[in-house]
Design a protein around this ligand. Structure first.
Ligand code: HEM
Ligand code: SF4
Length: 571
């Protein structure tokens, strides 16, 4: 491995706190793209330069530039967004985007298809809605997630409060965002320590993700992120403090055993007053210890594997001047959402809707979901909450509005399906916008689910809750290695099949079969469904069953993730 810093490090260093030549690039009308280095920097502003991959071949034939457009990701800490804000995003998606709103697996919102000349008006409209895209992507702390339960129990309120405090504390301070997109005045100079007191000039070695979970729900997949806080309940509805988990992450590359998904380790317990200082210390240790030479080895999970948990924890304690107490017991039951109407709060109720793969669009009669959510938002002056499963909760609905809201949802297929598999399904975006996709995901999973549902029905398993997640490449944006059935794109129409993750999100899956096409996926899963129906123990989840029945081994964490794949290939 070379001793040189990665190219991105040089780009950050030279960028003058993320300005680069973005302002000039926006003015260039000859291309719909921006300069290569700026395409790295623009991520810190919450955007990706993409092109419509469906149009690539035709445009190349016509000697036209690729169909460039930007994806914008809006930060929504804790997933709480007012219906007024939603209406603004709906407007922006129709005026400047591709008429869709995408709810993400990390409780944020993506707008796709925004062309360069529309970027500034789009960001200004987002700003007027009191929302921002800053640090939604890039080598910084991203959107901070938390369990979106709207009951307002004191524990959930504390989780949201912590998520917002961490989000504010770790938002980049550079004035570049305001200058470039919102026509703010250029603020020159300033000492490094005052411009970015936490990040410094070169920010973090890689992206950084923080989540907060409130047991028994592990909907945020607390073990999949760099840093997690797990609420420890005090028995009176409040929080006694937080277990701290570090070193989770999903991304890996096919055929590169030095890259692997990893579940986070719980390193101790802290009180609420100390949580922010602990979060900052974990970030700064990673800032200083993380690998800045090899971006494929730059996430916190690799720092933890290389330095060891003990060394990492000790350094965090010393920087935060806080000694972590031993971790306290906790128990998760699932990673899924609770669909439908749920408990009332002062007479109001909450409705969790099912949004297939998080894509909100008007797709024809009975599927006008963008318009349906707009109607609901117009009826309901309150909050929406985005879930980590790409769904949406309409919160605090008063009794007189309930029937109308439910009817709009029912008319547009927004109520949860009966199928236990579909209720627990997620797919990343992949084609046509994601430049890294090797195979379809969002556009294909619904068809695969149709076929699998037929088989499940044959085995009497239609309503059984089985978690299935698909991604178009091994980067893992929909956390496939924590699904009981994980499908990861390998090439056009081909997927690797992973099995054996735990239903509560605490154990990774393992590679079961490679390079499967549509028919082969069904062929391979059908006998497992049959065996599950016939031989499972009472209450046994599919992910646990396939291990007990010997179909797949139990995964060891971290660098051992690929262990017996190598052994099998060698054999
Ligand atoms: C090396 C690793 C990764 C890279 C290079 C990467 C890159 C990308 C890109 C380019 C997109 C845009 C797709 C589009 O909207 O067209 C995307 C989407 C997304 N990524 Fe990643 N990603 C990585 C890993 C992850 C992981 C591990 C997670 C979460 C655990 C994640 C969370 C997301 C989310 C929430 C989206 C939005 C779309 C969705 O909900 O599927 N990413 N990623
Ligand atoms: S998992 Fe891969 S294909 Fe899917 S959105 Fe992420 S980077 Fe793109």
């Amino acid at each position: 491995m070379s001793d040189e810093l990665s190219r991105n490090e040089r780009i950050k260093e030279a960028s003058d706190y993320l300005r680069g030549t973005l302002a000039e690039g926006l003015r260039q009308e000859a291309t719909g793209a921006i300069a290569e280095d700026d395409a790295q920097l623009v991520k810190f502003h919450g955007m990706y330069l993409q092109d419509d991959r469906d149009l690539r071949a035709e445009r190349a034939r016509k000697k036209m530039e690729k169909a460039f457009a930007f994806m914008l990701r809006v930060r929504v800490p804790g997933g709480v967004i007012s219906t007024a804000q939603w209406l603004n995003l709906d407007r922006v998606a129709r005026d400047y985007g591709n008429h869709t709103v995408r709810l993400t697996t990390r409780q944020s919102v993506q707008l796709h298809g925004v062309i360069k000349s529309n970027l500034k008006p789009t960001l200004q409209a987002i700003d007027r809605a009191l929302l921002s895209t800053i640090a939604a992507c890039g080598d910084v702390n991203r959107n901070v997630m938390c369990n979106p339960n709207p009951y307002q129990s004191r524990a959930h309120a504390a989780a949201l409060e912590l998520a917002r405090a961490i989000s504010d504390h770790l938002t980049p301070r550079t004035p570049a965002y305001r200058e470039i997109w919102l026509d703010g005045e250029r603020i020159a100079g300033g000492e490094e320590e005052t411009i970015e007191p936490i990040y410094g000039k070169t920010y973090l070695p890689r992206k950084f993700k923080i989540v907060i979970a409130v047991p028994p729900s592990n909907d945020v997949d607390v073990f999949a992120h760099d840093l997690g806080f797990i609420a420890i309940l005090d028995g009176n509805g409040g929080v006694a403090g937080w277990n701290v988990a570090i070193g989770g992450g999903m991304g890996m590359s096919h055929g590169e055993p030095d890259t692997y998904p990893r579940t986070a380790d719980v390193i101790g317990f802290c009180g609420t007053a100390d949580a922010l200082a602990i979060a900052e210390a974990v970030v700064t240790v990673q800032r200083d210890w993380g690998d800045r030479k090899n971006r494929k080895h730059a996430r916190l999970k690799y720092t933890v594997e290389d330095r060891g948990l003990y060394a990492f924890r000790t350094e965090v304690e010393s920087r935060a001047k806080i000694k972590l107490a031993p971790a306290k017991p906790f128990a998760f039951t699932s990673t899924g959402d609770r669909y439908g109407w749920s408990e009332e709060d002062h007479g109001n109720a909450h409705l969790t809707l099912f949004v297939g793969n998080g894509r909100v669009q008007d797709a024809g009669p009975g599927l006008q979901q963008l318009s349906a959510l707009r109607q609901i938002a117009e009826l309901h002056a309150g909050d929406f909450r985005l879930t980590a499963n790409q769904n949406l909760i309409v919160t605090n609905v008063s009794p007189e509005r309930r029937a109308a809201i439910e009817q709009i949802a029912a008319d547009n297929a927004l109520l949860a399906p009966r199928s236990g598999l579909r209720r627990n399904s997620m797919a990343c975006v992949a084609l046509p916008t994601c430049g890294l996709a090797l195979a379809e995901s969002e556009r294909y999973l619904p068809n695969l689910l149709d076929a699998l549902e037929e088989r499940l029905a044959g085995h009497g398993l239609s309503s059984d809750e089985i978690v299935i997640r698909m991604t178009g490449c091994p980067n893992g944006c929909a956390r496939p290695y924590l699904a009981e059935i994980g499908l990861v794109g390998k090439g056009p129409g081909r997927y690797n099949l992973y099995l054996g993750a735990a239903f509560d999100g605490s154990r990774l899956s393992k590679l079961y079969a490679e390079d499967l096409d549509h028919a082969a996926i069904i062929e391979r899963l059908d006998p497992l469904f049959a065996a599950y129906a016939a031989k499972r123990n009472s209450g046994e989840h599919f992910g646990d069953f396939v291990i007990r029945a010997g179909f797949v081994g139990r995964t060891a964490n971290g660098r051992d993730f690929h262990a017996d794949v190598g052994a099998r290939r060698a054999a």
